[in-house]
Structures are given as C-alpha cells and as structure tokens.
Design a protein around this ligand. Structure first.
Ligand code: IPM
Ligand code: MG
Length: 341
C-alpha cells in the first residue's frame, strides 16, 4: 500500500519548494500525497493556522512534510489575533512530537560558503536534539497593558525521554546544554540527565555545558560536539547558529518525532518572505528533510541516502543557489538534484 504523506506547503517560499520535493519523492517510490492549508494560508481561508481537519489528517498519515509558515502579512503583537506559528506549535503538541533532530554536517563542496573559516568547520558532524513540546514555548502566558510573562516548566519525565533520544542517537558524547547557574528548570534538567546517563548510558561520555558557553564553542570549535541535547528555546537559538556552519540556513533539515504516530519533517529555515515568489529559494533543506522523512518516518534508509548523495553530487558539480553565493534558482537546483538521483 502506498505511504500516505500529508503535505503542508504553508507560506512564503513554502509553495515554491514543495512541488519539486514531491517530484523527487515520486521518483523514489509509491507515495500518496494529501495537501492541506497551513499557517498564514489557513488563517486567510479558515481564520485559524491549524484546523481540526488538518490535524486529524496529519494523525491519520504515515508522515507529515511541512515547508514553512509565517510572513509579515500575519505579524501582529495583538494577543487576540491568530498567528501562523500557532499552527506549527499546535501540530508539534497535537502529534506529541517532543524530539526535534537537527543534523549539522557541512558538505565539503560548501566549506567555503560558510562565514566561518574552512579550518574551523572541516569535519564537523553534529546533531542538535531539541526538546520540542515543553519549556517556555508551552508554559502559561499572561499579558496586561504593562506586563507580560511566559512560564518555563519541565517535568522529569519530559526531560528523561528527550535525554534518552540524545543518548541513543549519540556516537560517543552528549553535550547537555542548560543554564543551571541561574534556572531551576536547568538544575532539574542536569540532575535527570546525569541520573539517566549513570543508569542506562555509562558508555557514552556526558558533559554539561552552560548555554552561553555552548553558543561560543559552537562557532569557536564546532568539531568539539557530537550530540547537543537541549531544551526547547535554547535549541531553537543554537540550531540557527549551528546552521551557519553549513554555509546557509537553506541547507538544514529537521525531523520531529514522538513516541508513536507519524513524524513531521521540515527545513529549519522559515518562509523567507523577502525572497518569496521570485523562484530563487534554495530547495535543498527541503529535499534533505524529505530524506529524513524517508529514513525516520518510513524506514526507507536507502532511498534517503539516494536523496542525500544526489544533493551532494549536485553541489560537487557546482550547483549554488543565491544563499550559497551562486545564481541558480529553485528550478535549476531541483533539476540538478534530479539529474544526480
Ligand atoms: C523553528 C522555528 C519555530 C520555533 C517558530 C517558527 C515558531 O523558529 O522551528 O526553529 O521557534 O520553534
Ligand atoms: Mg527557529
């Protein structure tokens, strides 16, 4: 039976990078695609970023492929107006996707596209494991005319399950990132991670790194890291920083997984409203997200590898989108990858 993939093109460059990705997937197997409006596009049509129908469709699927949400059209500071990002958070929460995997591995062809010097980034191969359904993103929020608050809370259960994901994914070392010198949630985090490590993963090296120091080490010596384990907001910030090691945030894929049910796969970059509609968006992070969907979502490892090596070969052959300092548009990029598949 064909695998059912729910596709959510969303906003901005999303509708430009989704079609070539489906074309790529069609070459690799028998997939059924079911498209739904999401984010700003869904707000325009239905008044909400994520409808119950779309969430139900995602739950029924084998995997969800999301491009991007958001844009200036829906930016608002009014707490009563719907925002596209609520759709993303609703989907993460609604599907129980607590584990966000963001691999960062600069390709040799792009060593000189990074703002960091080649000697510094060469050989970097790290994974950010970000907790995705807890912390300050989902704690109680308050707002009056003159004050506002966002509560950051974690239970030991939430910490332990994401820590387990990181220890299982690590080859040799987990760097657990927190702010234990200031935050109570971080002190619980550190304790739970240490206990799990001692009990179940003593063969993996564990270090605790304060988030400000981790931000520095990430650009000073990215090779130091194997697997970075961190909470929701620190992971959001560090993964954008880590993206620059690969030359462009247009290169970074991600997988969001729960304990059962479908996973969701999306590029780390956003909807890039500044370049939307021009046909110049880099589709490679989206292709690499489709590869993660194949590997983690559908257990199609060799198909995933085929996509990854096609991307690598296209770059070796000179493919460069504008974000990588070149002049190839979305269509040219897609064609180059398909030719190398
Ligand atoms: C990400 C994004 C989202 C996040 C936004 C769009 C809500 O930045 O996936 O990293 O903060 O999680
Ligand atoms: Mg982010």
């Amino acid at each position: 039976m064909a695998h059912l993939i729910v596709t959510l093109p969303g906003d901005g460059i999303g509708p430009e990078i989704m079609p070539p990705t489906l074309e790529l997937l069609r070459r690799l197997g028998d997939f059924e695609f079911e498209e739904h409006l999401f984010g700003g596009a869904s707000i325009d049509a239905h008044g909400t970023a994520l409808t119950d129908e779309t969430l139900a469709a995602c739950r029924r699927s084998d995997a969800v492929l999301l491009a991007a949400v958001g844009g200036p059209k829906w930016d608002t500071t009014d707490p009563h107006k719907p925002r596209p990002e609520q759709g993303l958070l609703g989907l993460r929460r609604g599907l129980g996707l607590y584990a966000n995997l963001r691999p960062v591995k600069p390709l040799p062809a792009l060593y000189d596209a990074s703002p960091l010097r080649r000697e510094r980034i060469e050989g970097t191969d790290l994974l950010v494991v970000r907790e995705l359904t807890g912390g300050i993103y989902f704690g109680e929020k308050t707002r009056t005319e003159t004050s506002a608050s966002d509560l950051c809370s974690y239970t030991s259960e939430e910490i332990e399950r994401i820590a387990r994901t990181a220890f299982e994914a690590a080859r040799s070392k987990v760097s657990s990132v927190d702010k234990a010198n200031v935050l109570e949630t971080s002190r619980l985090w550190r304790q739970v991670v240490s206990e799990l490590h001692a009990r179940e993963f003593p063969q993996i090296e564990l270090e605790h790194v304060l988030v400000d120091n981790a931000a520095m080490q990430l650009v000073a010596s990215p090779r130091h890291f194997d697997t970075i384990l961190t909470e929701n907001m620190f992971g959001d910030i560090l993964s954008d920083e880590a993206a620059m090691i690969t030359g462009s945030i247009g290169m970074l894929p991600s997988a969001s997984l729960g304990s059962d049910g479908p996973g969701m796969f999306e590029p780390v970059h956003g909807s890039a409203p500044d370049i939307a509609g021009q046909g110049v968006a880099n589709p490679l992070a989206m292709f690499l997200s489709a590869a993660m969907l194949l590997r983690h979502g559908l257990s199609l490892a060799s198909e995933a590898t085929a996509v990854e090596s096609a991307v690598e070969r296209a770059l070796d052959a000179g493919l460069r989108t504008p974000d990588l300092g070149g002049g190839d548009g979305t269509e040219r990029a897609a064609k180059a990858v398909l030719e190398n598949l």
